[in-house]
Design a protein around this ligand. Structure first.
Ligand SMILES: NC(=O)c1ccc[n+]([C@@H]2O[C@H](COP(=O)([O-])OP(=O)(O)OC[C@H]3O[C@@H](n4cnc5c(N)ncnc54)[C@H](OP(=O)(O)O)[C@@H]3O)[C@@H](O)[C@H]2O)c1
Length: 250
């Protein structure tokens, strides 16, 4: 289980998170895998948007800036094709100084649009992880073909290995809900940074069906850290995974 020393409370939040993420990177890299940070913004009731397919700006300007600072602390940033189709994100660092991470999309069926802003000229060439042999409609992306899992989605462990081989040592996963849930279920997340906006949205929840788990088997966060950025609450901590599912090898 990962351990972390108590975080100095008096440092600026960005520095505190940076040191904490360095610990994860070093530990995970010893196993020749990128560290994985899951980061998203949600309402108090756990909604990341009102309904899938539409975007909802939840973060206040300060927490949005922190998200961009977090991006700049990672080598790669990954989202699912659902998020690309809904939000048309750029996934760059614009709200603070710092390098933009490598943009990466999980897109089994190559549904990415030729107009996606993610692949706009002048940006880093987007890496699209796919399991289809189809030829993409656009040539300004890098295709990485990977095996599909039982549901036909990208095998996430294989994806992390492929990213490691291409030099990615730390990966920030920004969503959406299907991707968040899949990474948690696969027990591949090391660190979590959550922005909680003080609203109730009653919408599309960040985490979906985790399967039949007992309380002891649920992924948990410890130690848990919190800070306020205006009215937004920033929560972060290490991910721990409980006992394996019944019938699975330990
Ligand atoms: N508040 C926030 O911080 C935040 C952040 C991000 C997104 N969002 C919102 O979330 C919504 C999108 O979420 P979503 O759940 O619809 O889509 P998503 O999680 O972004 O993408 C899901 C899609 O990714 C592809 N995929 C490939 N491999 C996968 C794997 N191993 N596991 C899971 N998915 C895989 C699948 O499509 P294929 O099978 O076709 O490849 C799947 O349908 C949008 O409305 C967006 O605004 C909010």
């Amino acid at each position: 289980m990962p351990t972390s020393s108590p975080l100095p409370p008096d440092l600026p939040l960005h520095t505190t998170l940076s040191r904490w993420l360095d610990e994860h990177r070093e530990r995970r890299n010893r196993a020749c895998m990128p560290s994985v940070t899951l980061a998203w913004a949600q309402s108090w009731d756990g909604s990341i948007t009102l309904q899938p397919g539409t975007g909802l700006a939840l973060s206040n300007p300060d927490s949005l800036r922190l998200t961009h600072q977090l991006r700049s602390l990672h080598d790669g940033i990954l989202v699912g094709i659902g998020t690309v189709l809904a939000d048309d994100p750029q996934l760059t660092v614009r709200e603070c100084p710092g390098p933009s991470p490598q943009p990466i999309v999980l897109d089994s069926q190559l549904r990415i649009s030729p107009q996606a802003r993610l692949c706009a000229p002048g940006q880093r060439r987007c890496w699209v992880l796919t399991s289809t042999e189809a030829v993409p409609a656009r040539t300004d992306i890098d295709i990485i073909r990977l095996p599909g899992d039982a549901k036909g989605h990208i095998d996430l462990a294989a994806a992390l290995q492929a990213l490691w081989q291409r030099g990615i040592r730390s990966l920030m996963v920004e969503g959406g809900a299907n991707v968040i849930t899949a990474f948690l279920k696969a027990q591949l997340v090391d660190a979590l940074v959550l922005t909680v906006a003080p609203v109730f949205a009653g919408g599309y929840k960040a985490v979906g069906d985790m399967g039949h788990l007992t309380r002891a088997q649920l992924p948990s966060i410890a130690p848990l850290h919190t800070a306020r950025l205006g009215d937004d609450l920033i929560m972060w901590g290490n991910l721990h995974y409980g006992a394996p599912h019944a019938g699975e090898p330990s």
